[in-house]
Design a protein around this ligand. Structure first.
Ligand SMILES: Cc1cc2nc3c(=O)[nH]c(=O)nc-3n(C[C@H](O)[C@H](O)[C@H](O)COP(=O)(O)OP(=O)(O)OC[C@H]3O[C@@H](n4cnc5c(N)ncnc54)[C@H](O)[C@@H]3O)c2cc1C
Length: 390
């Protein structure tokens, strides 16, 4: 087998995950905070600007290498991986694609260096899956826009410096960059969560928040079709790989345990029903990886199919993540539910991936629509010609 060259940043991320994240991920979870020093270290290593263009201080990783980076960090600590999803993918990549020249010149180097942490604020207390119906309101006023509303479940919102906020006016959604410190913007951390505990989730209040005209991202009224959909595309790609990271981390735990633990006078790995769980996990990880790599290659080739294929990859790997982490808990028996082993935490984290970036049910709606177009059998050409002749 030919060993594939690993991008130096991916190799660094694997070392960082092994040395810094994996030993502390349980503590970040129980203390409900990924420490700022860890994020600063990630910024120092260039991870936060991994996907941003080099001319703005980013590392310009291609989509496949960025996927591997996401897996490395996600296997180390899912709450830490979440900063890549929101800061680098949802906001950074979106600004790199849709921001105007001044927004890119000003913000991208700050994001690449991690001097400003960014988050993506779409969801509201009353509006989740039906994202085009957000109630946060904007009004054009002299000198800019006035924003009013409330956002909820915003990953890294409690400590972010920059908020990409989706707001609506007369049914038209627009996207705005809001800086922390702008009068009227307040954040409140969310506690008592099953997972993503370290990822600084927050509720955000916008009370008469005045932003300048230059805060508008993209055209006025193009916030959903253009900005939110672009951001969600990048976010889904990140979450698809996050599913692989959890599945792979769980599989490694399963293998380690099954090779060591003995029952009925033989290793667990020698029992056929345990072998069935291992088989499903191995196959699942490989299927998930193959789908993500396919999307990564499509993104790198700027192929249109990436838009639909990313939904398939996110849908499949988030479900695989739940199945494989659940099997990992099963295989470890009572130890599976103990915080002494990571599998219980991996299981909790996996469930989140079925909810965010378009839930499993939303993906089913999108993928079935795509499927009935993609797999429609057209009549043979002769039949078409005959039909045309009448
Ligand atoms: C850990 C975490 C982090 C998050 N981070 C962010 C973030 O950074 N930024 C952000 O903006 N949001 C974030 N969210 C919010 C997330 O995007 C929403 O939770 C998600 O869109 C679902 O919305 P909801 O929770 O309001 O559920 P709802 O939309 O109320 O849905 C509830 C259930 O009904 C199902 N459902 C809804 N509509 C349909 C339908 N038409 N057909 C069939 N089933 C349907 C859903 O699949 C779900 O199972 C985060 C959420 C979590 C849990």
């Amino acid at each position: 087998m030919v060993a594939q060259a690993v991008h130096p940043m991916v190799a660094q991320a694997r070392t960082f995950a092994d040395e810094v994240l994996r030993p502390q991920a349980g503590r970040f979870d129980s203390e409900a905070a990924v420490p700022r020093e860890v994020l600063a270290q990630m910024a120092e290593l260039g991870f936060l600007g991994a996907r941003l263009p080099p001319e703005y201080g980013g590392s310009g990783l291609d989509a496949l290498d960025y996927g591997e980076l996401t897996v490395a960090i996600g296997k180390g600590c899912p709450s830490t991986r979440a900063i890549l999803t929101v800061h680098t993918s949802l906001v950074g990549e979106t600004l790199a694609r849709l921001g105007d020249a001044e927004q890119k010149r000003h913000y991208l180097p700050l994001l690449a260096r991690g001097e400003k942490l960014a988050c993506f604020a779409l969801t509201e207390p009353e509006i989740g899956s039906d994202a085009s119906s957000v109630r946060t309101h904007y009004q054009a006023v002299a000198g800019g826009f006035l924003l009013n509303g409330r956002k909820r479940w915003i990953t890294y919102g409690a400590i972010a410096d920059l908020f990409l906020v989706m707001a609506s006016c007369d049914g038209q959604m627009s996207a705005f960059l809001v800086e922390r410190g702008t009068p009227g913007l307040t954040t409140r951390p969310l506690h008592g969560l099953m997972a993503s505990r370290g990822a600084h989730l927050a509720e955000i209040d916008l009370d008469q928040v005045l932003v300048p005209q230059s805060a508008l991202v993209g055209r006025l009224g193009a916030g959903f079709s253009f900005v939110a959909n672009t951001a969600l595309f990048y976010g889904r790609y990140s979450i698809a790989w996050a599913g692989v990271s959890l599945a792979e981390a769980a599989l490694e735990e399963m293998v380690g345990y099954a090779r060591k633990r003995e029952q009925f006078g033989k290793k667990l790995r020698q029992h056929q029903l345990v072998q069935a769980m291992l088989t499903d996990a191995v196959a699942g990880v490989q299927v998930g990886r193959a789908l993500c790599e396919k999307v990564g290659r499509a993104i790198d080739a700027a192929a249109d199919e990436a838009v639909n294929e990313v939904n398939v990859a996110k849908y499949v790997t988030s479900r695989l993540g739940v199945q494989i982490t659940s099997d990992a808990v099963q295989l470890l028996g009572a130890n599976g539910i103990s915080e002494e082993y990571p599998v219980a935490r991996l299981y909790r984290e996996a469930k989140v991936l079925e909810i965010i970036e378009g839930s499993t049910q939303i993906q089913q709606m999108l993928i079935s629509d795509y499927g009935v177009r993609r797999y429609r059998v057209l009549p043979p050409k002769r039949e078409v010609a005959r039909a045309a002749r009448g």
